[in-house]
Design a protein. Structure first.
Length: 217
C-alpha cells in the first residue's frame, strides 16, 4: 500500500508528486493547490467553505464527498478517515500548518496524536517545518537534518523518553504534557538523531527544508 496525500487549504509550497498506488485527497480548498500543480485528486472532501463554492464539474477520475458545514469533524479529519478506510497506513498532510485559523492548526496536531495511537504514520509539512507524532515507539532522523527539534508529551505523561544525536540528550526521562521541557533541542551536524518513547505519545516538531521523501513517512 502506498501513501495517502492529503492537501489542505493552508499555504502549500512543497512540491509533491504522488506515485502509482498512492491516494491524493484534496480537503476543500486544497483542491486549488492540486490544480495549480496540474494534479487531479482522486477525491475531493469537504463542506466547501474554504473553496467558497461547490465545483460544477470535476475531472472524470475525481470523486467528491460533500459534508454539511455543521459537523463534528474537520475536513482534514474526514480525509484521514477516508484514507484509513481505504487501507492506507501512511499519510502526508500538506497545507495544514499555516493560515489564519490557529484553531485548525491545533486540531491538526491533535489529529496527528490520535493517528499515532491507532498505529498510523502521519507526517505534516509546511513552512519549513515538519510535525509528526509517535506512540510507544521511536523515530530516527538522518545526519543531514539541521536546526531545531522539539519534543512534547501529549495527552499525558510520556515515560522512557530517550533522545540521542542531539545537543541535549535524554535517557529514559519522563516528559509531562504541561511542562515544555523538550522545546528547542538541536540536531548535531553530521550525526543521525533519534527519539524514542516507551509509554505515551510524543509530538515531534522540527525544521526541515529538504525535499520531501517517501522514506520519511
Amino acid at each position: 500500500m502506498g501513501i495517502c496525500y492529503i492537501v489542505g487549504a493552508g499555504t502549500c509550497e512543497e512540491d509533491f508528486r504522488p506515485q502509482a498506488g498512492d491516494l491524493l485527497i484534496a480537503a476543500d480548498g486544497g483542491y486549488l493547490h492540486c490544480l495549480r500543480r496540474g494534479l487531479v485528486p482522486d477525491l475531493l472532501i469537504g463542506d466547501f467553505d474554504s473553496l467558497n463554492a461547490v465545483p460544477d464539474r470535476l475531472p472524470d477520475r475525481c470523486q467528491m464527498l460533500r459534508y454539511p458545514s455543521e459537523k463534528n469533524e474537520t475536513d482534514l479529519e474526514l480525509s484521514v478517515q477516508e484514507g484509513e478506510h481505504r487501507g492506507y497506513r501512511r499519510f502526508l498532510l500538506l497545507g495544514a500548518l499555516s493560515g489564519p485559523r490557529l484553531d485548525h492548526t491545533v486540531a491538526g496536531l491533535q489529529l496527528l496524536c490520535g493517528c499515532a495511537e491507532r498505529g498510523l504514520t502521519v507526517l505534516m509539512s509546511g513552512g519549513g517545518q515538519r510535525v509528526t507524532a509517535i506512540h510507544n515507539t521511536g523515530r530516527s532522523f538522518p545526519s543531514d537534518c539541521r536546526g531545531y527539534l522539539s519534543v512534547f508529551a501529549f495527552g499525558g505523561a510520556a515515560t522512557g523518553v530517550t533522545l540521542s544525536g542531539v545537543k541535549y540528550r535524554l535517557e529514559e526521562a519522563t516528559l509531562q504534557p504541561d511542562i515544555p521541557l523538550g522545546v528547542s533541542n538541536e540536531f548535531l551536524p553530521g550525526q543521525s538523531a533519534s527519539v524514542r518513547v516507551s509509554h505515551g505519545t510524543l509530538l515531534l516538531v522540527w525544521q526541515d527544508t529538504r525535499p520531501l521523501s517517501e522514506q520519511e513517512i
